[in-house]
Design a protein around this ligand. Structure first.
Ligand code: ADP
Length: 185
């Protein structure tokens, strides 16, 4: 099962992806986590993307697409995966379509976690993970980048009839039950 977990910053993608990973025994791939680990370990990729992540802007499409294609060629993703944070632009979505086609594979579900903007800001500022991009200013940038660059990705998948909108308000377990119900349909 190949799943895209989609939604604005602070929607709860990472939290739900971890629960889905346990429930369905398929690995979770978070591009944000990969970038943060690379920055922490000061790898060439980390050095390249640090200032971009700190600013709340997006890493160039080519860098992200190459990274995801490379990561997904790993044996552990053979039986499926949960994507979190990718694709984040229409260019990335098209590249991912091509990647799937090339591998005779397809997307099974596109889960959109819907959460009102005031709630997103509240969640990010209160989560206290110490992320450099979790400040009021950077959150504003990330939300505006989301609206401009990322939201259009949804239309791309709507055209494919794949989008399932999930109410992202409520307890973690309530939201998880909604996602499972959508996936088990
Ligand atoms: P959030 O969704 O909470 O903002 P993520 O961990 O998904 O957090 O992403 C953090 C940052 O990593 C983004 O603001 C961006 O700079 C970078 N990033 C992650 N995924 C992508 C992507 N697919 N394309 C471009 N940049 C990305």
């Amino acid at each position: 099962m190949n799943i895209i977990l989609f939604g604005p910053p602070g929607a709860g993608k990472g939290t739900q992806a971890k629960k889905l990973q346990n429930e369905y025994s398929i690995p979770h791939l978070s591009t944000g986590d990969i970038f943060r680990a690379a920055i922490k370990n000061k790898t060439p990729l980390g050095v390249k993307v640090k200032s971009i992540l700190d600013s709340g802007e997006l890493v160039p499409d080519e860098t992200v697409v190459d990274l995801v294609a490379d990561e997904l060629s790993n044996e552990k993703y053979q039986d499926g995966y949960i994507l979190d944070g990718f694709p984040r632009t229409v260019v990335q979505a098209k590249a991912f379509d091509a990647f799937l086609a090339k591998n005779n594979d397809s997307l099974d579900a596109f889960i959109f976690l819907s959460v009102p903007e005031e709630e997103l800001v509240k969640r990010i500022l209160s989560r206290g993970e110490g992320r450099a991009d979790d400040t009021v200013e950077k959150v504003k940038t990330r939300l505006s980048v989301y609206r401009k660059e990322t939201e259009p990705v949804m239309n791309h998948y709507k055209d494919q009839g794949k989008v399932q909108k999930i109410d992202g308000m409520g307890s973690i377990d309530e939201i998880f039950e909604r996602i499972k119900a959508a996936l088990d349909q």
